[in-house]
Design a protein around this ligand. Sequence first.
Ligand SMILES: NC(=O)c1ccc[n+]([C@@H]2O[C@H](COP(=O)([O-])OP(=O)(O)OC[C@H]3O[C@@H](n4cnc5c(N)ncnc54)[C@H](OP(=O)(O)O)[C@@H]3O)[C@@H](O)[C@H]2O)c1
Length: 314
Amino acid sequence: MEYVRLGNSGLKITEITFGTALTVGTESIMQEYAENMVDTAWDLGIRSFDTSNNYGKAEGLLGRALKKYPREQYVLTTKGSWPIGDSPYHKGLSRKHILWAFENSLNELGMNYVDLYYAHRYDPEVSMEEIVRTFNYLIESGKVRYWATSEWPQSALEECWTVCEKLNLEKPITEQFIYSYALIKAEENGVKKFCDKYGLGSLGFSPLCQGYLTGKYRNNIPTDSRIAKSGILHYDKTKNFYEQNKKRIDFFLDTCDRYQAAYTAVALQWCLRRKIYPVLGASKPEQLKENIQALSYKIPEALWEELEEFRTED
Ligand SMILES: NC(=O)c1ccc[n+]([C@@H]2O[C@H](COP(=O)([O-])OP(=O)(O)OC[C@H]3O[C@@H](n4cnc5c(N)ncnc54)[C@H](OP(=O)(O)O)[C@@H]3O)[C@@H](O)[C@H]2O)c1
């Protein structure tokens, strides 16, 4: 497993981050399950772990599962601002909410600090100066090493840059956006370009398009898949991903078939070739093993060229 530098920052992460949405803390709240997933990730060389205060019980389970490992040897990230209750104080990027949400996250994780704390979504109702000062305060407090953004529009990132420069404050070190071969909007809306130009790292979440790029939904809906489990997970958006991205999903699977290339190998290496580091989910240890093993498969250059050339309007 390679270590990569996150943008211009001094922080290195493993090229794959293990994410805990909808699995650890949602699909199962058993500590044993969390430990099995974390131990598998660790044995495979993963040293970057992603969670959030809105991923069910994930923070507590992940924090406890990581306890046996030396704290300095992994990167732990969590996020705040996603609505977690009905009150106006349960969401957003105000100093009031973020400082409260962050302390809760730290308690849940059972840690003294997190390596990376995300502004999970942009909040147009809070001034950029308040946002930047709040995240810098957390860094100054010693409880956060770096801060980051997720799914921020390019215009907000630009404003953030200007404000940080003006106030001489720490900038976010990475942006985490949805990204896979099926869904490349970050390359079309200016966000990836902004990251490359200003030395902001790029992390791509849902690199398998929630399972579609593994080919698992090609012929039917397997009984133990995210779509079949939507009732238990209280999450029913996965099926929409196909409707919204079917041309690219079908083209991806057909092209892999023609070259007899392993789907997950192509899906993950597609991201890595662009220096978009996958934040990868898995509901079973075997999936993690399969996915990490696939990083070493050699993919023919002609396959990459075909995937590159495909345009959705084709
Ligand atoms: N920043 C944000 O706003 C944001 C939003 C969403 C997610 N994230 C992060 O990104 C992480 C990954 O997102 P994600 O789980 O939605 O997307 P993903 O990595 O594209 O999909 C993961 C899911 O695909 C299935 N899968 C994985 N490997 C497989 C294999 N080898 N064979 C068959 N099925 C396989 C599993 O689901 P089943 O087995 O259940 O079918 C697994 O849970 C999250 O855990 C979270 O940390 C961040």
